[in-house]
Write a protein that binds this ligand. Sequence first.
Ligand code: ADQ
Length: 488
Amino acid sequence: MNAETISQLYRERFADRSLILVSNREPYIHRKTKHGIKVDTPAGGLTAALDPVMRAIRGTWIAWGSGSADKEVCDGNDKVMVPPDDPAYTLKRVWLDQKEVDGFYYGYANQALWPLSHMLIEKARFSMRHWQRYFEVNRKFADSIIPEIDNDRDVIWIQDYHFTVLPYMLRNRMSDLTISMFWHIPWPPWEIFRVIPQRQEILKGMLGCDLIAFHINRYCQNFLETVEQELDASVDRKENRITYNGRETRLIPLPISIDYDKFDQMTRRDKIQSKLTEIKRKLKIEDKYVGIGVDRLDYSKGIYERVQAIKLFLKKYPEYRERFTFIQIAVPSRTKIQEYSELKESIEKLIDEINREFSTDNWKPIIYYSTNVSHRELVNYYRIADMAIVSSIVDGMNLVAKEYIASQVDEKGVLILSEFVGAVAELDRAIIINPFDIEQFADMIKKGIEMPEAEKRRRMQKMRAYVQTHNIYDWINDNLKAVEKEIL
Ligand code: ADQ
């Protein structure tokens, strides 16, 4: 599948239905700078995955307008066409004041639902004030969505844990709408979910959907059990169906993916070789074995554990000193939350310690960038790296693993992958690690480096073939087929 076939299929199958996508984060952020208005694309899996889909389908994307110049570029209806250099779809922005951002986004979504869904109970903070703001912001989004609906045949596609009560709000106002939701993070077992004081409101809200998709079947099963335990609903575990208050909601596993061709092509572009040589020279890594980590700086990504494993690797296997360099690119995320700023500090401290302990005149073990890097630039690093390490302690899917694979046009790279990411079910040719087992992790880095070239190639070929045929357009196709089933 590619963008063209999806665009055609959508027109054929959903001729008179518009698609309205709803997410918290917007795909393009307009920012005021000294040199005029600049457009940023946020670092994050959701927007990276869905922008190519919306370019193909050309619907309306409704999201929080978070940029300092966002209002300026919108028309009187809060809308702007994007992407800026090749307008294909409408972005409608919802304006939130500081109190709303603090309560809805930094508060309930990211200090209650995010840690809880990642099974980190001790990090979860529940506050009634945050919940109230969260609820109000969901209502504000409902108010912004309703005027965009041409008729009740339109498809509303809600993204993620920021909008658990929105489906019910929309259903109450327009009972025939087709409402589908994609949950980008894990759904925890009931024993963990039940900690949430507002658990029943959340479940009832989500059951306003016709369809809820999770990355993998285990998350579907966890959701089914949660509903079974919490609500007076009829749950069909075999068919993944829930009937509650006379309405049916279906669940499906749909592992998200990436725009494989985009990465593959960016990696093959003209002059890339000279660019790679230039970067290697600048970083003094021409003759090194290079590892890479690329993440939003989040405690779920296991960056601290990764750096610990690298430290142990260099201790245990001194023959790799001056031969192995690790590049960590971590874009700061949610830094207003203390937990995140502390994590950033502790990771940077540990990297400093390692660099001080092991560096020599012509070698630094870890090169660290704390910044947002465009995908076009990221592929240079993916290409340079002989190995990528994805060591999340929990992760719904993890797109970096797939991006690295798509960028390995010479089929030589090695992927070290945590057994706790959704992607592990599909990428079983990676070297699988338990990020909590630092000894094993360090040994696996060695194993990856020393793996015979032919085996590296065999594994990478298999994973590339898989991601190529299970790309973001295949994912949207499966998604649309599931929605179609609900409509017919
Ligand atoms: P994330 O946790 O944000 O999303 P992840 O899957 O790790 O997502 O993807 C991160 C995206 O951000 C990738 O496209 C990557 O290239 C980009 N990125 C990372 N670091 C960057 C940097 N320093 N600069 C620029 N870009 C950077 C959530 C879930 C995931 C799930 C996705 C999609 O937590 O489990 O895979 O949604 O559903």
